[in-house]
Ligand binder design. Structure first.
Ligand code: PNS
Length: 167
């Protein structure tokens, strides 16, 4: 499959190798992928939206597929953002069955809110199926090794964030 545009929404708090794997796969399927930092009201974020955007930019800038990615942010309903952009295909990564239940409900809710909006689920490399931003933050909090889960630029910022807890 190739062509068209898609939106890859998420919290990206922070971006991980799992997200980057999904993003790269999406760029192989679509001409343009708009990665957008959105607000999940169920979450309390560690990084401000502009910090997350900067980290995403730093992680992708040297990738050969970076020209296919636009980085953006929004606050509000995803379906409204889709209408604003005129892009009705959403990308979401699904790591395991336990993710699927929530993702399935969200995809159907989005489609009920706007019938044009459909979601494409992509699976990351199996080596990354256990990686989540939540667990990465937990490892960072306790000073664990982060290099397998996030690029160095993200690991460095996480370390800085959590170094403050010891002050
Ligand atoms: O990375 P996340 O936290 O799983 O991403 C979830 C996100 C931000 C994509 C989702 O919460 C979202 O779309 N938020 C905007 C409000 C909205 O449209 N929610 C979905 C319909 S209830």
């Amino acid at each position: 499959m190739s062509g068209g545009k898609a939106i890859y929404p998420g919290s990206f708090d922070p971006i991980t190798y799992g997200h980057l794997d999904i993003l790269q796969r999406a760029t192989e399927m679509f001409d343009k992928v708009v990665l957008t930092v959105a607000v999940n009201t169920q979450k309390k974020y560690v990084f401000e939206a502009d910090e997350r955007l900067k980290l995403i930019q730093a992680c992708i800038e040297n990738e050969p597929w970076a020209h296919k990615v636009e980085i953006d942010q929004f606050t509000g309903l995803l379906v409204d953002y889709c209408s604003q952009k005129g892009i009705y295909t959403l990308i979401r990564g699904v790591r395991q069955i336990s993710d699927f239940e929530y993702e399935f409900r969200m995809a159907l809710m989005n489609r009920r809110l706007n019938n044009k909006v459909d979601t494409v689920f992509l699976m990351p490399d199996e080596e990354l199926t256990f990686v989540s931003a939540t667990m990465v933050r937990e490892v960072a909090y306790w000073g664990g090794e982060l290099n397998h889960f996030v690029p160095k630029v993200v690991a460095d910022e996480l370390k800085k964030k959590y170094a403050k807890k010891d002050d």
